[in-house]
Design a protein around this ligand. Structure first.
Ligand SMILES: Cc1cc2nc3c(=O)[nH]c(=O)nc-3n(C[C@H](O)[C@H](O)[C@H](O)COP(=O)(O)OP(=O)(O)OC[C@H]3O[C@@H](n4cnc5c(N)ncnc54)[C@H](O)[C@@H]3O)c2cc1C
Length: 552
């Protein structure tokens, strides 16, 4: 039977698009199959903040940040904590990926028209020692145009390849199985789903109108992770993070269903590190949801005070923006699956950013004027102010007693004691008057303000939380929000998937989140942030180039 193409790519997200464009550029024929409609092209990356991990970039140097491959690798390894036999390929991917981020990543993107916002963010700051988790320096480079800005060059290249007849899209085609002949993967079979005009990101119909079979010399699985499927998240939840949360909100659309991972595993692929995942603890319920249980992650600056459900302040160094999984582990250890930020209007205005392209119309719309208002406006950016007004998890009051009563009413369990909370906040407030302090969060704030980027747009001037001049007071109930899958299919540096007994499965490749962003988990246990989109770029590129060569 004649092949329908040289290579089939399952998934039209960022990893799939990158792989497909590399295949077409090598002169090979490729079909991109996606269960969603054309309106969804780009997958999760479209919704993303577009943050990219880059090392020793011109943007960093302009801001006086001294970074290097060695420092970044030290940080990466400290965060990853590789400690398993199956970390062989993840570790190799990590080394190669950090080299990519310190090397050709920026130039490769730039040649395609990609641009970066000049203020570099400082995510996952750690707070332990030099060899432990966290970014020693700011490295989170936001794409000018956010998520759509990172999808755009690859969609453009894909459309050009489509016009040349080398690339074909098959939307609303859901893969249900991989086909194998003599142990080699040589195609896919699946269901054709009914056309559906839902808006991008919304759940689409699963009505089946037919079936399909496609054949090729190679198949690349780029189907994303499991974050939209809470049953799978709970099933794979690691004991080290406590019990799985009862209440979860979704930081990803429903198509991130993990179904293709099971299908690929069934065909013989080796899935490793399935218990490693990256979920956030600063999730808020979206008052204007696009997908089911839609939650938004607050990217917090360092000043909000953080309390668990019982009103106990989170211990050092679990301050906003320090150690996502450390916070998750601590919170799940309290027996409750939520926590609280308490802050002021001065803090929210400068320090709250919301992750997601639609929550940042200034950066997404590439408007310098609107973006400049972040530094000059009296209020927070409009989407943050909208959450303050409409968000179910926000409490805003002028008076501290009223604030705590409203927090108790919102949580419904009366766990917070006014005097207890007040004592902790007043103690922290006393440390503000003196630059030499013992409160490590306040030290952190002083440290952050030594970085010009933070001082300009991310860290409020230190002030007393209970100072009415900085009011009103704000409390935010924080939920656990699913997002990324860190484990995945074990792959070599050509993105070839291993089967049983450590043997590569002929014809099968994996990229992006399905491959744990490379190797089956190049992040290890934790991430330095901005490493997921970059992981799609790197693993998608490797998969596309290697597959194109192999079918040549
Ligand atoms: C709101 C938000 C903000 C984010 N911000 C950042 C950020 O700033 N920096 C960063 O690095 N990362 C960020 N991320 C993460 C990043 O966007 C994702 O990890 C990445 O885009 C995943 O890409 P992917 O191609 O692997 O998978 P996906 O984007 O999930 O694409 C997979 C595609 O495969 C299709 N598919 C699945 N199963 C099948 C099947 N059986 N048959 C056919 N098709 C199938 C799906 O429909 C989908 O289109 C963010 C994510 C979100 C949601």
């Amino acid at each position: 039977m004649a092949d329908d193409a040289d290579v089939i790519v399952v998934g039209g997200g960022l990893a799939g698009l990158v792989a497909a464009t590399e295949i077409a550029d090598a002169g090979r024929r490729v079909i991109v199959v996606d269960q969603e409609g054309e309106q969804n092209l780009g997958g999760q990356a479209f919704w993303s903040f577009g943050g990219l991990f880059l090392v020793d970039s011109p943007e960093q140097r302009r801001l006086g940040i001294k970074d290097s491959y060695e420092l970044a690798l030290q940080d990466w390894m400290g965060s990853a904590g590789f400690d398993r036999d199956e970390d062989l390929w993840p570790r190799r991917w990590a080394e190669a990926y950090v080299a990519f981020a310190a090397g050709e990543k920026r130039g490769w993107l730039r040649a395609m028209g990609h641009r970066i916002f000049p203020v570099v963010g400082w995510a996952e700051r750690g707070g332990y020692d030099a060899m432990s988790h966290g970014n020693s320096v700011p490295r989170f480079h936001v794409t000018w145009g956010t998520g759509p800005g990172i999808v755009e060059p690859f969609e453009r290249r894909a459309r050009e390849a489509q016009a040349r007849g080398l690339l074909t899209f098959r939307f609303r085609h859901r893969v249900d199985a991989l086909t194998l002949t003599g142990g080699a993967v040589d195609g896919v079979t699946g269901s054709i789903l009914a056309p559906d005009k839902v808006e991008r990101g919304q759940s689409s119909s699963r009505e089946i109108t037919g079936d399909f079979t496609l054949r090729a010399q190679a198949v690349i699985v780029a189907s994303g992770g499991i974050g939209g499927n809470h049953d799978l998240v709970r099933q794979n939840w690691p004991k080290r993070l406590g019990d799985a949360p009862k209440n979860l909100i979704s930081g990803v659309p429903e198509h991130v269903d993990g179904r293709m991972i099971g299908i690929t595993e069934e065909a013989g692929a080796r899935l490793i590190n399935r218990d490693r995942m990256w979920h956030y603890v600063e999730g808020i319920r979206n008052w204007s949801p696009i997908w089911p249980r839609h939650g938004i992650r607050i990217l917090p600056g360092p000043s909000s005070m953080w309390f668990d459900a019982t009103g106990k302040r989170l211990p050092s160094p679990l301050f906003p923006g320090s150690d996502t999984l450390g916070q998750l582990q601590y919170i799940m250890g309290t027996g409750y699956d939520y926590s609280w930020f308490v802050l002021t209007q001065s803090i929210i205005k400068k320090e709250f950013a919301l992750s997601g392209s639609e929550q940042n119309p200034d950066l997404t719309g590439k408007s310098w004027l609107m973006t400049a208002r972040r530094a000059t406006n009296k209020g927070a950016p409009a989407p943050v102010e909208a959450f303050k007004t409409h968000g179910a998890d926000f409490v805003v009051r002028d008076n501290f007693g009223d604030l705590v009563s409203a927090m108790n009413a919102l949580a419904g369990d009366n766990l917070l004691k006014l005097d207890d909370l007040k004592t902790q906040i007043e103690a922290r407030d006393r440390e503000i008057a003196n630059p030499y302090v013992k409160d490590t969060q306040v030290m952190n704030i002083h440290n952050a303000r030594r970085y010009i980027g933070d001082r300009l747009v991310r860290t409020a001037k230190p002030h007393r939380i209970l100072d009415p001049a900085h009011g009103p007071l704000i409390a935010v109930k924080l939920n656990i929000l699913t997002r990324k899958t860190l484990g995945g299919f074990e792959t070599d540096l050509d993105s070839r998937v291993f089967g049983s007994e450590g043997k590569v499965m002929p014809g099968l490749y994996a990229a992006g989140e399905a491959a744990g962003f490379g190797g089956g988990g190049m992040h290890g246990y934790r991430s330095l942030e901005g490493t997921f989109l970059g992981g799609c770029l790197f693993s998608g590129r490797n998969a596309g180039r290697a597959a194109a060569k192999a079918v040549g």
